[in-house]
Design a protein around this ligand. Structure first.
Ligand SMILES: [Fe+2]
Ligand SMILES: [Fe+2]
Length: 344
């Protein structure tokens, strides 16, 4: 009788181990080891016209009662099974008509809203009333109660950014409705902001600063343009920092603005963080891997991790401002953040 050869022996071992929920390292194959990070997220551009039309139609047919939040979500075509913009961070657009109220709730996913269109509505975060103006950034960190009220007399649209895909993959996603229909307002974000001017009172907590006003942000952005050289990869880059820790916007999320002056071009680079951009003002082009995205105000696009990218404001007279959300704080805290120049 013929004795079994080595590969028959290995196959028999693999089979027997599989029955015991075991596997050998030799079964993985060397091709599973790459010398660079690989992502399944795809570069993608979403046009404002499509988002806006969908929001308006949702405004006609989807009530606040049945939706909890009336949002249109950006879905990456390569992540259909996950229904998310990227593998870690996510963008949605929310439309609240005048007279509408979105009930309070909280969740372990951190979120923010960046106000695009309309003003005078307010969100209440842990009892703090934040009245919205275009360009404001309002944070709802992990497990903070938030509800939205639009009594401004006109509709409002904002951008919601969330770390929900990350929290989901960590199997930490929790959601809790508030027992009441609206939170009681205990203070306003203006009152809190006074404490964060040229210093802060002893005991001031990062946990109560939620509202970055556009008037302050834009003044700082202009001061940066006047006083400093642009970042070679991001133009005039202003990051939203936590005012008490100087750390990222939230533990999992970095928000920033990039201003490109007329004719300005950045150099190409790539990094292990993933970024979602929203064109807030002006127009331009971004080169992401093999793709060229021509964008104007209202459009959004994804730069997946390790894709080389650069940005151009080809216009002759108008500045361009890109709002961005990145998962860089997660990569940094895990020791996985890397960045390098890369032609594109
Ligand atoms: Fe929420
Ligand atoms: Fe970048």
């Amino acid at each position: 009788m013929k004795s079994p050869n080595i590969s028959d022996n290995v196959e028999a071992l693999n089979r027997d181990m599989a029955n015991k929920n075991l596997g050998g390292h030799w079964q993985l194959g060397l091709e599973s080891y790459l010398s660079y990070p690989e992502t399944t997220v795809q570069p993608c551009l979403w046009k404002w016209k499509d988002v806006y039309e969908s929001l308006m139609r949702a405004g006609e047919v989807v009530s606040m009662e049945e939706a909890e939040r009336r949002t249109v979500r950006l879905l990456n075509p390569a992540l259909r099974d996950r229904q998310a913009t990227t593998h870690t961070i996510h963008f949605s657009f929310q439309y609240v008509k005048t007279g509408e109220h979105a009930r309070p709730h909280r969740h372990t996913a951190a979120a923010f809203r960046f106000i695009l269109n309309g003003s005078g509505a307010y969100t209440t975060v842990n009892g703090q009333k934040c009245v919205m103006e275009e360009g404001d950034l309002i944070l709802t960190p992990q497990l903070s109660w938030h509800d939205h009220t639009n009594d401004s007399g006109k509709p409002i649209i904002w951008l919601d950014g969330l770390d929900i895909p990350l929290v989901q993959s960590l199997q930490q996603l929790l959601f809790e409705p508030h027992p009441e229909n609206a939170q009681r307002v205990e203070k306003t974000s203006e009152e809190v902001a006074i404490s964060y001017g040229h210093g802060r009172p002893a005991g001031a907590s990062a946990a109560e600063f939620f509202h970055y006003k556009w008037s302050d942000t834009y003044r700082r952005l202009n001061a940066l343009v006047e006083a400093a050289a642009p970042d070679r990869f991001d133009g005039y880059l202003l990051e939203y920092r936590n005012p008490t820790t100087e750390g990222p916007t939230m533990p999992t999320i970095q928000c920033a603005l990039s201003l490109l002056r007329p004719g300005q071009e950045t150099q190409g680079h790539r990094h292990t963080s993933t970024v979602i951009y929203h064109a807030f003002r002006g127009s331009g082009s971004s080169f992401v891997g093999e793709e060229r995205f021509d964008w104007k105000a209202g459009d959004s696009f994804v730069v997946p991790l390790w894709y080389p990218h650069r940005h151009v404001n080809g216009g002759a007279s108008e500045e361009a401002i890109l709002f961005s959300m990145s998962d860089a704080p997660v990569l940094r805290s895990l020791g996985l953040y890397r960045e390098e120049s890369a032609g594109v």
